[in-house]
Design a protein around this ligand. Structure first.
Ligand code: SAM
Length: 357
């Protein structure tokens, strides 16, 4: 049943389902902002300090932390909230599947939605990230499901894409020249892409992602917003764009979801498709940062229990080194909502050795 929209998101097909999802969001707020997480962190910090465990001893960190009552309560609650969130949204959408799927397939604008029926989904992507049923590629309604699930995850802070808009607003611009073409890499359901179009209304804005279901939803959503954004199905390591095509690339939370070998290939490809002087603005997990053992524990738990398959690989990699050896100059930006780190990566305006100069 069509129940209209709230904040740019289709309302779930029944009031009952909406109430269940609202409950999950409140429970998440209670766990993460209401004291359970803070208490578990303090408890873990004290116990790990007393045990003399360092951030590198991951198995020992987990052994010590997981004996602690508040850590156990937090972990159980986070897992249950995540399962209940997906279950509530999935069941509601599944009940209305026929209508929703046909709506999604209805007369796309082929000049704005460029799907590739020969695209082969890489194996690293066939996984239920954050426990989302079917992940990004195995469920035709993945886009709408992701939108509902992440709205609950952002606990009300992303109404009207406020978080995506905020990230795009703090993106750096090329040091010379303007922004005529901008790309949102790993666009998902296109929230940063539409924010880019709002920031640069005269620019040609693209969203790129390997997932067809996410792109179909992104396209429909952008059209409903009246924003002409072009969406292309491709992987970031092989985009098919010409050399130097873009002035600016935005990337929000891609790199912790792919193997590091893929990260290196994507960085090389971004260098190729940016023009000299162009900029790549990255927001992602804090790769390479030193962290106290209790913080390392929280990331480890997220990796093991919340389907963050590749996150530790990124965190323990030399991400800055990979960006620098691809020829980018890095300017660090502000920390976004506690854990997300910002890298503004400028491609030199003058050709360097990587350009055959
Ligand atoms: C955590 S989601 C982030 C989506 C979006 N940026 C957002 O704001 O919600 C990660 C996205 O990366 C995409 N992705 C995974 N591997 C990719 C690759 N090799 N190149 C480009 N995108 C990729 C996924 O399909 C998914 O949409």
């Amino acid at each position: 049943m069509d129940r209209g929209q709230l904040g740019g998101l289709n309302r779930l097909p029944s009031l009952d389902a909406e109430a269940r999802l609202g409950f999950c969001q409140s429970l998440r707020t209670l766990v993460t902002a209401g004291g359970v997480s803070a208490k578990s962190r303090v408890e873990a910090s004290e116990a790990l300090r007393k045990a003399g465990v360092t951030a590198g001893e991951v198995d020992e960190i987990c052994r010590v932390a997981e004996q602690l009552p508040h850590v156990q309560i937090r972990n159980r609650m986070l897992r249950s909230v995540q399962e209940m969130t997906w279950d509530s949204a999935f069941r509601a959408l599944d009940n209305d599947r026929e209508r929703l799927e046909s709506e999604l397939l209805e007369s796309p604008d082929d000049s704005q939605l460029l799907l590739d029926d020969r695209f082969e989904t890489p194996d690293y992507l066939k996984f239920d990230f954050h426990l989302q049923p079917g992940g990004y590629v195995g469920e035709p309604l993945a886009g709408e499901l992701y939108h509902h699930g992440t709205q609950a995850f952002y606990m009300g802070m992303n109404e009207g894409d406020a978080i995506h808009g905020g990230l795009v607003a703090c993106g750096q611009e090329p040091r010379t020249g303007g922004v005529e073409r901008a790309l949102d890499l790993a666009t998902g359901i296109g929230q940063c892409a539409t924010a880019l179009k709002q920031r640069y209304p005269d620019a040609e804005v693209w969203g790129l992602d390997p997932s067809e279901p996410l792109l179909r939803y992104a396209h429909r959503r952008a059209r409903r917003m009246g924003l002409p954004v072009r969406f292309k199905q491709a992987a970031g390591e092989s985009t098919g764009f010409e050399d130097g095509y873009f002035d600016l690339v935005n990337s929000y939370i891609l790199f912790h979801e792919v193997p590091f070998k893929v990260t290196e290939a994507v960085i090389g490809e971004m260098r190729r498709i940016l023009r000299p002087g162009g900029v790549l603005n990255i927001y992602d997990f804090p790769a390479g940062d030193p962290m106290p053992p209790e913080t390392r524990y929280m990331f480890e738990h997220d990796h093991r229990d919340n389907g963050e398959r590749w996150s530790i690989e990124l965190m323990e990699s030399d991400f800055d080194g990979a960006l620098r050896s691809a020829g980018f100059e890095i300017t660090p930006g502000p920390r976004q909502f506690l854990v997300v780190k910002t890298w503004h990566c400028h491609k030199p305006a003058q050709p360097g050795p990587r350009d055959g100069a």
